[in-house]
Design a protein around this ligand. Sequence first.
Ligand SMILES: C[S@@+](CC[C@H](N)C(=O)[O-])C[C@H]1O[C@@H](n2cnc3c(N)ncnc32)[C@H](O)[C@@H]1O
Length: 550
Amino acid sequence: MSTRVRSPTIDLEVPAPVEKKIRLEENPMDESNVTKEDTSIPVVSGPSKKVSKSAKRKQKRILPEPYSSEDVLWRDIVALLGDDTVDHALQQGTEWDSPFDFREEVEVEVSTLSSNGDALARSPASSAPWVIVAPFALPGERIRVRVYRSSRLHSFADLLEVVSPNLDLRDNSRARCRYFGQCSGCQYQMLSYDTQLGIKRNVVIKAYENFSNLPKETIPDVLPTIASPLQYGYRTKITPHFEAPPKKARKEADSSSANSTDKPSWLKIGFNEIGKRTVLDIEECPIATPVLNAALGPIREDIIKNIWGYKKGVSLLLRDSIEHPPSDISSTPSPEDEKHICITNHKATVRERVDSTYFEFPGHSFFQNNNSVLVPLTSYVKDAIFPSSKSSGPTHLVDAYCGSGLFSLMLAPHFDTVAGIELSAESIKSATANAIINGLPQGKCSFLAGDAANIFSTVSHFPPDKTALIIDPPRKGSDEPFIEQLVRFACSTVVYVSCNVHTQARDIGMIIERMEQKGGGRKYVLESLRGFDLFPQTAHVESVAVLRLV
Ligand SMILES: C[S@@+](CC[C@H](N)C(=O)[O-])C[C@H]1O[C@@H](n2cnc3c(N)ncnc32)[C@H](O)[C@@H]1O
């Protein structure tokens, strides 16, 4: 597969810059900034320095893992600079020679957004072809940034100031979070929700152009991104973290009479600060559910009170859960009648309802983090399997990477038989229990713990032309053994749900290619592609691809 393919820039109108300055919180030269890794490729001034620095430099020249976020960024950088420019730099061997010093400040104009949500700007015309990657800025904006790390034909920079904002896109008053611009969690709070959905559609388009290896004419028009019913207050799980007291602080505390209920200034309980390895102190997270926000204050107070007892840093778990199991599973209570609580114990049972289906799973297990979009998502998958144009649909469902049984149980009423597989034995236990709790007929759903590829030997009696397969793997995607067996099994419909559209594009391309090679005249057609917004205000997009065997 070619490593460099042109991709379109984000399809946003870039109006003439408006001369109005917006100041962002400037990063002070504080402790947190010093901890930032200086992996820049410095411009070296003297020969004695040059030896050790060039040795260091060589170590940093690591090409990105294919399909990693660095690789995704690299394709965006190539698209922005152009193939010829990149080829020239590669031939000259100048692709690692950053024109910027560590901490150099520069003013640039943003051209486009990367698929990871960062702004991409060419370096000023006078310097070498190079791209600046900075957070929280938009196409058409002039920004002042400070470089903190350089890589191959690009440098990462902190955003210091939006010198001329793109007021067609940006409205800072939209941001509901007081930490927006410092926290690494959200990228898009300054944008309208429609713009966010449009950007995510473009991410899906670019992913299939860059990573699927499919001829352009076989990739369908990407459908508009499906919105999340909740755009704030949707996250049912957050994991803020904090460090244990540093030695110096411990010594000082031992010798002082400071009130132990005061929060020490070094203690930060929250999420990663953008572009740094430090934690940002967070008292609320507007994308998390109200229940989690209500619980965060008392949890923080408890940590502050007991902080000197911590020997190691801790990653907290806050999970939104229905308080009590339903007394009568056959009647669906109204949301107001179902009290929610915050679960913090990794082993405790979390309870969620999706429409009338009820799920239980341990706190540490995987479950989708935006409950509000799960009815649209699972209904969409069902409708893809049973298009209204077909009179008779599949009777058997295989749910690969099934977790606690979300797709299996939501879709079970439409199938005679359902088989799920999942690596986590605990999730399989939950899926099996959830089938019973929801009153599904015994024997209708079976769940197996193991690698996804093992499912094909257990469903060899399923009629392939009457079988639908759902694939919902982790970010790294599926693998060759699974795809090889999928192609051999050749079921009528495959619905691939993914939180990483880049590995999804790779896998879909591979499934189609292998089927063409080995299918004896049958082939998979990529019937539809669309993003689902499971993570509003962030750059993440869930993608659903539908393959039909013809
Ligand atoms: C994105 S989650 C999807 C879970 C489920 N479909 C849902 O929506 O709740 C991916 C799941 O794949 C599981 N997993 C990871 N590697 C796997 C493998 N090699 N075989 C089977 N399952 C795997 C993880 O434990 C996780 O539960």
